[in-house]
Design a protein around this ligand. Structure first.
Ligand SMILES: CC(C)(COP(=O)(O)OP(=O)(O)OC[C@H]1O[C@@H](n2cnc3c(N)ncnc32)[C@H](O)[C@@H]1OP(=O)(O)O)[C@@H](O)C(=O)NCCC(=O)NCCS
Length: 149
């Protein structure tokens, strides 16, 4: 097994969208990923040789940054890959001058909340009805991590 981080290019979008569709009940569409890449969001892929295990999408505006999405292939979850991706994103952003990393997470997403809390994120506010859900809408928790330079 050879794990490696890579940037993404247009040819990765199909496998990113397929992984996202398997990992999320309300996934991004292929167009969402293509649009995100076009506007300059950063993509970080984690691969085992050429097999995509997980990815993160994030953006930076001067000293502030936001994690837009992160996912690991369902069959590969629970092996530390999510933590690896998140730590790498935070390290890359800090090295590029970001001081703060924000994200939103569903109240019901206990696994992701545990990942973020373990990585030093603090809950700072709630966005009411931010996400679609099976029963209507679901709140988001806004979390922030202070990045050390
Ligand atoms: C959230 C997600 C990215 C985590 O990736 P992962 O590779 O499964 O997580 P890891 O193995 O790196 O575990 C990291 C931490 O998550 C938490 N965690 C992992 N599996 C868990 C489980 N089954 N139950 C509760 N917490 C869990 C733990 O805190 C763990 O840290 P620890 O091992 O030090 O205890 C992944 O589960 C996923 O893709 N979920 C679907 C998409 C999603 O919800 N993305 C986040 C949107 S905000």
């Amino acid at each position: 097994m050879t794990l490696r981080f890579t940037d993404a290019c247009v040819t990765d979008i199909d496998s990113i969208a397929a992984l996202d569709g398997a990992a999320f009940e309300f996934p991004w569409s292929r167009d969402d990923f293509e649009g995100s890449m076009k506007v300059g969001h950063q993509f970080l892929l984690l691969k085992d040789d050429d097999r995509l295990l997980g990815f993160a999408v994030y953006m930076q505006i001067f000293e502030q940054s936001e994690l837009l999405t992160i996912a690991v292939l369902p069959s590969e979850q629970g092996h530390g890959y999510g933590k690896l991706l998140l730590n790498e994103v935070a390290a890359r952003l800090a090295a590029n001058g970001a001081e703060s990393l924000f994200l939103e997470v569903r109240v019901s997403n206990e696994r992701a909340r545990a990942l973020y809390a373990g990585a030093g994120f603090k809950e700072i506010s709630i966005r009411k009805g931010y996400y679609p859900s099976r029963d209507g809408r679901e709140d988001a928790i806004v979390m922030q991590k202070v990045l050390s330079q």
